[in-house]
Design a protein around this ligand. Sequence first.
Ligand SMILES: Cc1cc2nc3c(=O)[nH]c(=O)nc-3n(C[C@H](O)[C@H](O)[C@H](O)COP(=O)(O)O)c2cc1C
Length: 238
Amino acid sequence: MLELNIEKSWVGAVWRRSSVRSYTGAPDEEQLKRLGALCRKLSWQGVTIRLFQGPGLRSAIKGTDVYAVIVAKAGTPPETEGYMGEALVLEATAMGLGTCWLGAGFIPDIIERNVDLQSGEAVHCVISIGKANLPAFAPKRKPLEKICGMNEEQLSALGSWQKDAVLSARVAPSAINMQPWKITADSASVKIEENALLYKKYSRIDCGICMLHAAVGASGAGRTPRWKKVDDAYVLTA
Ligand SMILES: Cc1cc2nc3c(=O)[nH]c(=O)nc-3n(C[C@H](O)[C@H](O)[C@H](O)COP(=O)(O)O)c2cc1C
């Protein structure tokens, strides 16, 4: 499950990414071509990602009219939407572009018409993409101990990849920065599960985003990440 080739350039992109709502322009032709090819590559496991240029974004997003729409077939786990969408985000970041996940920042009528949504398909999120107007900055995250019950030293003691996986997971974007995940690390694995006490609407998509970050962290530590679903949690071995 969630088989995806993790690109080396995503390891650094995890640390350079932050949500961009103000852009100086759309990606150029060459960048659009690369993004389009990547959207086709990421369209599987129940998810189709399509790139558009034109109206569809709300006015909070300024300076670009390019966006990717994540279309999910009925029955697709929302985690897959997050996982595949964040792969696009990290690749765009590696290309020097800014992005922002949008659950509310798009106009559903326009998007659904553009996509020609079929019965059994749904759009929960769109990702704006363009040339960032500002350098990335690091928004606040919950303390490490709060999300995984360990500090960096304790994580390091577990093995060679768990710390990188958890630290990368911690900086994942989430709707209204809720970080609705619980992470458990041990000597063999890193487990990620939903921890959405207040706001559940996007929490499983958020978990999928967090999972891709964990896999990228493990990959950056020289491992080959593999996911398995155990009850309601996703378990990463590497
Ligand atoms: C599923 C999802 C939906 C989001 N929806 C919106 C949105 O509608 N409008 C917006 O401005 N930001 C949206 N965001 C961006 C979050 O607010 C942002 O990721 C979070 O505050 C953390 O900041 P960072 O991405 O800069 O690390 C969304 C993020 C995710 C993951």
